[in-house]
Design a protein. Structure first.
Length: 277
């Protein structure tokens, strides 16, 4: 057997092995995500988690009061399925998640959302990027399904300040539990700008220390004070971005090539032609 035949035989034996490895990797990641979601659901039932959830509800409700259109899409479940989309002012609302469960309208992959191009007026991402394997791909898919001048509402936990410190020095589960990745506001703004999404509003919320015994204590209730001077106490931030589409306009040239007029097969002279002496 020559080297070419050996290579073909090795490749044929490697294909089933690679498929098995991919399947095992997918199952491992799925079980890991399910475990993280279970841990995070338990945190949302604590006093600090409930307070954070209530503030996010009020924030999303206020933002959706000024957003209208035909379709609203929420990508990812946070808390309960109806916690955000019930405030939608659009004619229709859909809930998309990456695993089947009760209340889900669409089950789809994060790398390829099962939604048509330019078909959604508003997309709500409640902490979805923080546990997705490829947040850049998900953001590109969200931009694809958004219509021109459509809105993206993104909730994120803050990696800076006291919440970020607890995330770094907590166990490998992170904080809030189950969050493996926290995205800074500057990084998220850069991603949105590259995709043609312009941030039109930023709101910080959950102004308290990341301690359960401090959950019932309103450390700082002045929104203007905490946003400008004390952002270290903000547990999360919300960015509202609008998709900007600049149409291509054809610019006509001011001049035209003048065709020469011929009479009897000869060129008709005009004032611009120099007559021979």
């Amino acid at each position: 057997m020559d080297n070419g035949q050996r290579l073909v035989a090795f490749t044929q034996r490697s294909v089933p092995l690679l498929s098995i490895v991919d399947s095992v990797t997918h199952l491992f990641h799925s079980s890991l995500v399910i475990n993280e979601l279970r841990i995070l659901t338990g945190w949302l039932s604590t006093s600090l988690g409930r307070r954070c959830l209530v503030e996010e509800q009020r924030l999303v409700e206020r933002v959706l009061e000024t957003v209208f259109g035909d379709q609203l899409l929420q990508v990812g479940v946070w808390g309960s399925p109806e916690i955000f989309i019930r405030y939608a002012r659009t004619q229709h609302s859909m809930l998309l998640d990456f695993r089947p469960q009760e209340g889900i309208t669409i089950v789809s992959s994060a790398n390829s959302l099962a939604v048509a191009n330019d078909s959604v007026d508003t997309v709500v991402l409640p902490h979805t990027l923080e546990w997705t394997r490829s947040p850049h791909t998900l953001l590109r898919e969200v931009t694809r399904v958004l219509r021109a001048d459509g809105y993206l509402i993104k909730l994120c936990f803050s990696p800076t300040g006291f919440w970020g410190l607890r995330h770094l020095f907590t166990s490998r589960r992170g904080y809030p539990p189950g969050r493996r990745r926290l995205i800074s506001e500057n990084h998220l703004r850069d991603w949105l700008e590259l995709l043609g999404l312009e941030v039109c509003e930023r709101v910080r919320y959950c102004h308290t220390l990341p301690l359960e015994r401090m959950a019932q204590l309103a450390v700082f209730t002045n929104q203007a004070l905490t946003t400008r001077w004390l952002p270290l106490f903000s547990g999360g931030y919300c960015l509202v971005a609008q998709k900007q589409v600049y149409p291509v306009t054809t610019i006509r040239l001011a001049w035209k090539n003048r065709s020469l007029k011929a009479v009897g097969g000869l060129v008709q002279p005009n004032l611009r032609m120099v007559m021979p002496c």
